[in-house]
Design a protein around this ligand. Structure first.
Ligand code: HEC
Ligand code: HEC
Ligand code: HEC
Ligand code: HEC
Length: 434
């Protein structure tokens, strides 16, 4: 009897130990290489803004990162050449009238140009808050830790600039002691929390996408303190974001022609990509396409020359697609389809803007109906801008981009009809009821 009890205890013990060992191994295997720590020759202080210091330990990542400074290649809809979007598409001057984006709006470039480029924007003036530095410098993590984000955002751009000397760098994405990927922007941490999420529990593959959301997202400046906020509380689809802004009655600017209270959407790459796109669903991360593994002699590392994957398709797409030529051909088809749909949407928006203006100049327009027309213009343009300001010309999520554009064009035509109605025109308008 005693013997069989000890056998049962012993067997139990073996089972428990085996399970614990398996769990530990599984845990270790699922950790990023970097969570186990990467051997470093030189010690880099926490949040060190100078990327050259990190580069001493990681020459391959550093030397490829330096290439982001000088890339100049263009692709049909992207690339690194800072051409003026307004010259390419003069309709934008009407669509963004009164926002500042109608004066100066350039195609973006590689990460190392972030500081030079933000300082040369003509929209920047002496009322510009420090918040505008939020996604431009590797000095930020250190400054946020020292002064807190509220104080950072409250400080004027010109004043804060005295403490900012470095463009984007290693400290924006990595923790120095372990080299693991981290959320460095407090606004992202808070936005995830508002949705009940904690990035510290994310897998390595999730971090390879979320780390880009430190910057490649839609945001606004909340309140007098211009506090950097991502409008994600209701979710990250355009409808959730629209509802968020409508609930708090927020506007970025008043449209100079239609008079509508407008939102300027920034660069919602993260939101667009994660809205159930084919690639996201398949578990593909931003880094898979924009930072593919590269070989230099015996070394294999993630290229840090982050740019259009179409300039690097053999590595960027070839890791998964055997027929790279076909994959890029499909990408081109998607982009031209989205571009064509966007043109049609822009025509509808401009028709709405001009009709609202014309109606407002009538002797006695119906102000209530005119306000409804302006609200529809706001909603329509927010949707269009979610696709237009997103930098992949629909590639990140073709179905979502086309869905949103269709809805935008519909809302724009509704806005136009409302304006006609506000003007008291005799035109016969079907109001949607039977
Ligand atoms: C399946 C591959 C793939 C994934 C995943 C992906 N992208 Fe892209 N991305 C592309 C392609 C293709 C383009 C279009 C480039 C062009 O038109 O030259 C692009 C364009 C961009 C651009 C504009 C580049 C330029 O040259 O103007 C940015 C910024 C960007 N992506 C960021 C992201 C972010 C952030 C994520 C994750 C949230 C992401 N991408 C996920 C393939 C990908
Ligand atoms: C600290 C903020 C920040 C982070 C984090 C960040 N980006 Fe960027 N990214 C920017 C800014 C700002 C620009 C535009 C720089 C300019 O035009 O001067 C940019 C530009 C780009 C471009 C365009 C490059 C070109 O040559 O036109 C791509 C592609 C891109 N980022 C992808 C990514 C991906 C993928 C990630 C995540 C692995 C990421 N970014 C993380 C801020 C950031
Ligand atoms: C825009 C964000 C971003 C910046 C800036 C950045 N990295 Fe990375 N880095 C990544 C991502 C994403 C990975 C892939 C991590 C993974 O697979 O777990 C990575 C991986 C690494 C790795 C692990 C090995 C490898 O190549 O995959 C090292 C080492 C590294 N980076 C060094 C650096 C250094 C040095 C700098 C500054 C010169 C830097 N990184 C700047 C995003 C960034
Ligand atoms: C990490 C793996 C991976 C990478 C990298 C990758 N893809 Fe894909 N791609 C997939 C998977 C998985 C699917 C969906 C299932 C399938 O069709 O095999 C897919 C589907 C597609 C589709 C059809 C779906 C759609 O959205 O229309 C196109 C087009 C495509 N990829 C193009 C590209 C291009 C272009 C690149 C490089 C810029 C690229 N992919 C990079 C894995 C990848």
């Amino acid at each position: 009897m005693r013997r069989s009890i000890s056998i049962i205890i012993l067997t139990g013990l073996i089972i428990v130990l085996t399970a614990a060992l398996t769990a530990a191994l599984m845990y270790i295997n699922n950790q990023p290489v970097s969570n186990r720590g990467i051997n470093q020759i030189f010690e880099v202080p926490a949040m060190e803004p100078d990327s050259a210091q990190w580069g001493l330990n990681f020459p391959n990542q550093y030397s490829t990162f330096l290439l982001t400074k000088t890339n100049q290649n263009r692709t049909k809809y992207g690339g690194s050449f800072p051409y003026s979007k307004l010259e390419i598409n003069p309709r934008l001057v009407i669509l963004y009238a009164g926002s500042g984006y109608d004066i100066d709006y350039n195609e973006e470039r590689g990460h190392l140009n972030s500081l030079t480029d933000v300082r040369s924007i003509e929209r920047i003036n002496n009322k510009t808050p420090g918040t505008c530095y939020s996604c431009k410098s590797s000095d930020n993590p250190g400054l946020w830790a020292k002064m807190g984000m509220a104080e950072f955002d409250k400080t004027m751009f010109s004043e804060l600039g005295k403490n900012i000397n470095n463009p984007i760098g290693c400290a924006n994405c990595h923790e120095a002691s372990t080299m693991r990927l981290v959320v460095t922007n407090p606004a992202l941490d808070e936005a995830l929390k508002s949705q009940g999420k904690d990035w510290r529990t994310f897998t390595r593959q999730e971090m390879r996408t979320v780390v880009c959301a430190n910057c490649h997202v839609e945001y606004y400046f909340a309140g007098e303190g211009k506090y950097l906020t991502f409008p994600w509380k209701n979710g990250t689809r355009i409808e959730d974001i629209t509802a968020y802004y409508d609930n708090i009655g927020f506007k970025d600017w008043q449209h100079a022609i239609s008079g509508a209270p407008m939102i300027k959407i920034q660069h919602p790459e993260y939101e667009m990509y994660t809205a159930d796109s084919t690639h996201y669903r398949a578990g593909v991360s931003c880094a898979d396409c924009h930072m593919p593994y590269t070989r230099e002699g015996a070394a294999k590392f993630s290229t840090h020359d982050v740019k259009s994957p179409l300039l690097n398709a053999n590595l960027a797409c070839g890791a998964c697609h055997r027929d790279v030529e076909y994959a890029t051909y499909r990408a081109a088809t998607i982009q031209s389809q989205v571009q064509m749909s966007m043109n049609v949407t822009e025509d509808a928006l401009i028709a709405a803007i001009k009709t609202i203006k014309a109606a407002s100049l009538k002797p006695d327009p119906d102000m209530k109906v005119l306000a409804e027309a302006r609200q529809l213009h706001r909603e329509a343009q927010m949707r269009w801008d979610f696709v237009a300001a997103e930098n992949s010309m629909g590639f990140h999520n073709p179905e979502e981009a086309l869905r949103i554009l269709l809805s935008s064009a519909d809302l724009a035509r509704q806005a136009q009809l409302k304006a006609v109605q506000a003007a008291g025109s005799p035109a016969v308008i079907w109001n949607g009821s039977h």
